[in-house]
Design a protein around this ligand. Sequence first.
Ligand SMILES: NCc1[nH]cc(CCC(=O)O)c1CC(=O)O
Length: 308
Amino acid sequence: MGTRASLLAKTQTRTVADALIAQGATVEIVEISTSGDLSQAANTPIAQTGIGVFTSALREALLEDRIDVAVHSYKDLPTAGLPGIVLAAVPERADPRDVLVARDQMVLGQLPPGAVVGTGSPRREAQLRALGLGLEVVGIRGNVETRIRKVTEGEVDGVILARAGLARIGRAGEATEVLDPLQMLPAPAQGALAVECRVADTELETFLAATLHDESTAAAVTAERAVLKELGSPCAAAIGALADIVEDLDDDGRIVERLSLRAFATTADGALVRNSATGETKDAEQIGRSLAAELLVDGAQPRGAEGA
Ligand SMILES: NCc1[nH]cc(CCC(=O)O)c1CC(=O)O
């Protein structure tokens, strides 16, 4: 199995490996450094580093037979597939929400106007600004530990991070507020993993799916990523999407499973447009696509435009 060398990546790969080992597999983990990890030193904003910076090196290693399984943070994966590689499994996802890690145990509402919040994500920045709290948003890069250190060392008053990332490295307790998706919609597929193998390895693909795949997570992520596919690219786009599988009653009073999706995008002048939709879980992709179409009608910047 291939993994990026960050603590977060190694931890999530270890978790997947343990699940496979429990089912009788023999696993060796190989660390692969990616251009996303390397460019961090130069403090390049994530929006400018290009699509797939964190995932293409792993995919290359897979195609070159250096590894057999790649574990990615799903939200870092480009929406376009790659010939020769198949998404074999989407494990059950962790909490998809973002959190604030702030000085002095503060929640967002307690940060004074002018307080400095670090994030390199256009999605987080757009939503922070929309809250109207007068916060100053500054771009930061670096792995999860580095970003938390910027708070403890006083370089910024707070940072916004994915709760799943903190939890995976055992530091979820350091969040000072778990942000409600009404204020801060997570990135499409946040908290989920994508497990890939070569198309030709059909036996391995079957084993990975049987051991790891979670249908509800896959449906939710499919809807969220359909919005992204229509409107933008991962990391670079100020787009958020979150799907929940909810129980509903049909016309005969029977309990049915439905998919509920919320999403936002930004207009050319940086305003947020939000919308939501529900439908049958099996129509996940279509629900995401129609929601994206509605956001475009509401003024969302079409795909390919530069984020504000
Ligand atoms: N953008 C980097 C990234 N990619 C995946 C995670 C961890 C959470 C996840 O798996 O969604 C993070 C860190 C973060 O956004 O705080």
